[in-house]
Design a binder for this molecule. Structure first.
Ligand SMILES: *[C@@H]1O[C@H](CO)[C@@H](O)[C@H](O)[C@H]1NC(C)=O
Ligand SMILES: *[C@@H]1O[C@H](CO)[C@@H](O)[C@H](O)[C@H]1NC(C)=O
Ligand SMILES: *[C@@H]1O[C@H](CO)[C@@H](O)[C@H](O)[C@H]1NC(C)=O
Length: 275
């Protein structure tokens, strides 16, 4: 256990070092014209087709955010989020430009919860997404697999052996295997934390960023109690609806940035992992 911890700490330091070296390399800032990075679209005949990617930077940068589409699931809907974009000004209708307006549930798709989500007095006091600590949302993170035959209980948490000092963990569960985020209807049978699992994490680990692969970190059966345990201290940040398909287990640098929405107890969030 002790040597594992030392290894992990060392690996985190190494990861951070490599990361900062990579950032200062001029070839990253200015990829070559022929490089994969610069391909923004392909042309077939006279048709321009944009390229959509999950992985960037020659296999180093992974987008772990789900794309928003009308089918994106949301806790308040059987049908997905539906039409979330509308053109308020349109070139087809004689405007000089296209101009879209976004209408979106803040807890749909890949998103973050602020303490005001489940505590009314925190909401009233202004603990919104604008108050979330960007340091917690960005830094070394561990991607772990949890056993597929259970929700995340205290026993499961204990069995994962996550060393002290690890502050950001993304939990991949049966939800990824079941591709729940690709189903538009909200599915209450997803895997998440039971109250005792949340309690165990708070009391026995240094984890401050909890990421999971469906719309709620808390199992539906413990939806409110497990959220309350996580959010009460206002230190732990919950990132939900992550896309962890095809991500290898291990240590990365995670970067998650919520929108700066004053008064919002949740926000869509863009998260990436950098190897
Ligand atoms: C949006 O803008 C493009 C030009 O960039 C135009 O061809 C298209 O018709 C516009 N779409 C609508 C719905 O107005
Ligand atoms: C353009 O205007 C017509 C008529 O007002 C309307 O039915 C249509 O939805 C508009 N289209 C867009 C893309 O705004
Ligand atoms: C997890 O809990 C939910 C209820 O919240 C239940 O429907 C589901 O079957 C459980 N999953 C597993 C793998 O035990």
């Amino acid at each position: 256990m002790r040597s594992l911890l030392i290894l992990l700490v060392w690996t985190e330091v190494l990861a951070v070092t490599i990361f900062s070296m990579a950032l200062s390399s001029p070839s990253d800032a200015y990829p070559s014209v022929n490089g994969v990075d610069s391909v923004a679209c392909v042309q077939t005949g006279d048709k321009l087709i944009p390229v959509r990617r999950e992985v960037y930077g020659n296999g180093r940068i992974f987008d772990i955010t789900h794309r928003f589409t009308p089918e994106t699931p949301s806790g308040d809907s059987e049908e997905g989020i539906g039409q979330f974009l509308s053109l308020s000004m349109s070139m087809k209708n004689g405007s000089d430009y296209n101009f879209s307006v976004l209408k979106l549930a803040v807890h749909a798709g890949t998103h973050v919860d602020a303490p005001g989500h489940m505590f009314d007095h925190y909401f009233g006091a202004g603990f919104d997404v604008d108050t979330l600590d960007l340091e917690v949302l960005n830094g070394p993170a561990l991607v772990v697999d949890v056993p597929r035959d259970t929700n995340i209980t205290a026993e499961v948490m204990q069995s994962l052996n996550i060393p002290k000092g690890v502050r950001r963990v993304l939990f991949r569960t049966l939800n990824t295997d079941r591709r729940l985020m690709y189903k538009r209807g909200f599915d209450t049978s997803y895997v998440g934390f039971m109250k005792d699992g949340a309690q165990w994490l708070v009391e026995n680990t240094d984890i401050k960023l909890v990421g999971i692969d469906y719309l709620s970190v808390a199992a539906f059966a413990d939806l409110i109690p497990a959220h309350l345990v996580f959010l009460e201290g206002r230190e732990i940040i919950l990132v939900e609806g992550l896309k962890l398909d095809d991500i290898e287990l291990g240590i990365y640098n995670v970067h998650c940035l919520p929108l700066r929405l004053l008064g919002a107890e949740g926000s869509p969030i863009r998260c990436i992992l950098i190897k």
